[in-house]
Design a protein around this ligand. Structure first.
Ligand code: SF4
Ligand code: SF4
Ligand code: FES
Length: 258
């Protein structure tokens, strides 16, 4: 069992005003670069202020209590996907999570399914790039050889909106961390990969037919590995219609297999 350590940060060590509401964060810490370091829980205490997000609390801890604490952020606005972590066991974005909506103590752990950089920081970038290269998540086909001076063919606004809806994925990795199949089967393309292919399948500028998509996902690492339990859609911070897209793809790939 991983236990809190003697080095846990104590509220009184850091000058918190007596009587102020303190919130306890228990962070699963681990530095894979240090072979002597074992995973352990470390407790931190922060003064709860109005509108405080988990990201703000972690930043305060790093600035005022423990500069060694590792976690990622860029946008602080739910746009970049960097700050995803397990919050009481559920994947979510630290910058979009209010402390006031969490119980104290709250436990934070890194997203499973990605290489650990340290503490709450994982390498989603390398994973997403690998997935993208494997599934060729870009406009593909003969018509990609374009004259850039040519006027682009107009697209129906309703189709542009459908594509935009799927394009909102921020590659946070929450759907991968929540996916039982992905945790058991590391080659599974996952909901983020399937959503990306669904987006290119809609795009008239992409010349690929379903036979080409079948080559990519018509197998046991692809859409047929999905168990349809929908953990991905439950946790997606952008509320992407993942279940619908997976169902459309599965039906299309089944047709292709006949
Ligand atoms: S599909 Fe949703 S949960 Fe998955 S990476 Fe994209 S935004 Fe994150
Ligand atoms: S529905 Fe499919 S992709 Fe989504 S969490 Fe379940 S197994 Fe994973
Ligand atoms: S910091 Fe960008 S999504 Fe949280």
């Amino acid at each position: 069992m991983i236990a809190a350590q003697a080095g846990d940060v104590l509220a009184s060590d850091h000058g918190h005003a007596p009587g102020k509401a303190l919130f306890t964060l228990e962070v699963l810490r681990c530095n894979p670069g240090d072979s002597a370091d074992q995973p352990h829980w470390q407790s931190y205490f922060v003064e709860l202020t109005e509108g405080m997000t988990l990201f703000i609390a972690l930043s305060e801890i790093r600035e005022q209590q423990d500069p060694s604490l590792q976690f990622d952020f860029v946008c602080r606005a739910g746009i970049c996907g960097s700050c995803a972590m397990l919050i009481n066991g559920r994947p979510g974005l630290a910058c979009c999570t209010l402390l006031a909506e969490l119980p104290s103590p709250t436990r934070l752990a890194p997203l499973p399914g990605f290489a650990l950089i340290g503490d709450l920081s994982v390498d989603t970038g390398r994973w997403m790039r690998g997935m993208s290269e494997r599934l060729e998540t870009w406009i593909t086909g003969a018509s990609t050889e374009r004259d850039i001076c040519e006027i682009e063919a107009p697209m129906e606004p309703s189709l542009a909106e459908e594509i935009y809806e799927l394009e909102r994925c921020i590659e946070c990795g929450c759907c991968v961390a929540a996916c039982g199949t992905a945790q058991m089967h590391e080659d599974f393309v996952t909901a983020v990969g399937l959503n990306k292919l669904a987006r290119y399948r809609l795009d008239p500028r992409d010349d690929r037919e379903d036979a080409a998509f079948y080559e990519l996902i018509g197998n046991d690492d692809g859409v047929f590995a999905c168990m349809s339990l929908l953990g991905c859609e439950d946790v997606c911070p952008k509320n992407l219609p993942l279940s619908t897209q997976i169902a459309y793809l599965r039906r299309a790939m089944l047709r292709e297999s006949l």
